[in-house]
Unconditional design. Sequence first.
Length: 331
Amino acid sequence: MQDPVLDALDRAVVNALQIHPRGSWTQIASVLGSDPVTVARRWERLHSAGLVWVTAYPAGVQLMPAALVEIESDGRSLAHVEQLMSDEEYLTIEVVSGSRDLLVHVNAADDAALTDYILVRIAALPSLRGIRTHLISTVYKEAAQWRLNVLGEQQSARLATMAPPKRWPVERAPLAPVEIAVAEALREDGRMKSTDIAERAGIPVRRARDIVTNLLATGWVVLRTDMGRVVAGHPVGCWYFLRVPAPGLERTAAQIVAMPETRAVLGTTGPHNLMVSVWQPQLTDVARLEAAFEAIPGVRVMDRCVSLRAIKRAGVRLDVSGFRTTPVPQR
């Protein structure tokens, strides 16, 4: 597939759904100064091609123990990817440059399960040369917060007032089977209609709508409008491994969170206590941003790696171009 070209309205529609992922087309059109049919058609064209999508983090994923794991192989990294791809524990898998072949984001139900998964499942990969585990202690910024930033401040503010308030997930009892069914439907398509969710879960439409509202309000499901890096106009993905003095960690993390390039800012254990994911327009921006990080007092960039290919992101499988491999059929 050739690199897609999005015009100004396409990008505005995507940006609007980053702010309000389940916003109605009437709401979106009113903010963009367009009409509902036009904005719906724009989204469906991009969505049906797998260029953009709305997914959801499964129930309470932010409360689960998590780690970023570097995997060194004998060069057969894609073979390892095939073995790992279907594992629910893997949210994100990237083939990367540098002293590791794969960088993966792993979640598990509890600390023991996470440890067991890394020491048993990953360690059993054939021809493995080494693994390095960075436990995630703090999520300062997640990719669902990243924006294209093509809308004006007033437009963004209007959409934010229409969207349900964003909340950090609260401790609660495990999800009931019907809630899990609704969450799974949203993971497939975060904009799935309540009627379709109800049919999937075998419940009345009003009940489905209430469950969606509750899952979003409590933070147990986080909607994320995502896209290929090329679609975003930021084809270069990069991870930075930072060391920051502990007394200034919170302040430094806040500065880095505010940088528009950053998608994920994670507090981690080990020699690097801050790991940062960014999307950038050009490869030359890797050095530019590294200099910007090191201009912050006390920050040292200990390592960096460029994403050669994103295989899976937030549970969504991607093709070689970084587009969704199984787009939901147009409705």
